[in-house]
Design a protein around this ligand. Structure first.
Ligand code: F6R
Length: 261
């Protein structure tokens, strides 16, 4: 794992967008795993700007989102399909036919989960997976006790997640109780993982994920098993990391990061 600390959330999001842009320029057919949530909005804004100002080309890439709520129509403003269309897909030159999210309206949800996994395989696997982290330590909607080898499946949302996302729905009672999510095993099969965490509210759980033991209670801790995982944080989210000085030293001295310093 590598941890990169940036002064503020905008700088952290910009750095994540630059890493994605670099991968996309190197390989225009990139299979990109995407996340939703408030943290990612800054990243998508930066990518849209790169499209407008530098002509960053999305026309050949394919995307797979981590998750989708069960029971929401794509047109529902709270569905992740709606979020993606609004924040990214509708503003860049991506072919919508190459954008994939689990179908939370499928009649047979288990079959839909198998279909999603099979589609990822058919595309050759995910090359770069973008991730956020929830207050319960989840990646995707892999809530505490998610098996570290889990695959795409339906998960019930924990009270912490319901509380975290309820404001968007106007109250917990109006929120779906379940979501389809890629499993922890699915996520860590991506060739590269890129996690962004910003803000003080993520500091404690981020420290557990990065420096604590690998445990299914904090599914993000499974990223410690990944051969190529980059964690980008702002100062606020980094505030509880014991090894901050060491991480800064690596970023300043590792030749791979020279172009991002
Ligand atoms: C969303 C997802 C979640 C979020 C996480 C952080 O697709 O997979 O794991 O990344 O809940 O959400 P925010 O950024 O809203 O704090």
């Amino acid at each position: 794992m590598e941890v990169i600390i940036q002064p503020a959330k905008e700088a952290a999001a910009r750095l994540v967008a630059r890493i994605i842009a670099r991968e996309l320029r190197t390989n225009p057919h990139l299979v990109l795993g995407l996340a939703t949530g408030q943290t990612m909005e800054c990243v998508y804004r930066a990518l849209v700007r790169m499209r407008q100002e530098e002509g960053l080309d999305f026309s050949l890439c394919s995307t797979f989102n981590l998750d989708e709520y069960v029971g929401l129509f794509p047109s529902d403003p709270n569905s992740y399909r709606h979020y993606m269309n609004r924040h990214l897909f509708g503003q860049v030159n991506i072919d919508l036919r190459n954008t994939h999210l689990p179908n939370g309206l499928a009649e047979d949800l288990d079959q839909e989960c198998r279909r999603y996994e099979a589609t990822i395989q058919r595309f050759g696997g995910i090359e770069l997976q973008l991730l956020g982290i929830g207050k319960a330590g989840h990646i995707g909607f892999n809530e505490p006790l998610s098996a570290l080898r889990s695959r795409t499946r339906v998960k019930a949302l924990t009270p912490t997640t319901l509380r975290q996302n309820a404001p968007f729905f106007g109250g917990e009672d109006k929120m779906p109780r379940r979501a389809i999510t890629m499993g922890v095993g699915t996520i860590i099969e991506a060739r590269r993982c890129l996690l962004l965490a910003t803000g003080e509210s993520k500091a404690a759980v981020l420290a557990q994920a990065v420096e604590g033991p690998i445990t299914s209670m904090i599914s993000a801790s499974a990223l410690q098993l990944h051969a190529r995982c980059t964690v980008v944080v702002d100062e606020a989210a980094a505030s509880r990391l014991a090894g901050k000085d060491y991480y800064r030293w690596i970023f300043e001295n590792e030749p791979e990061w020279a172009e991002y310093r």
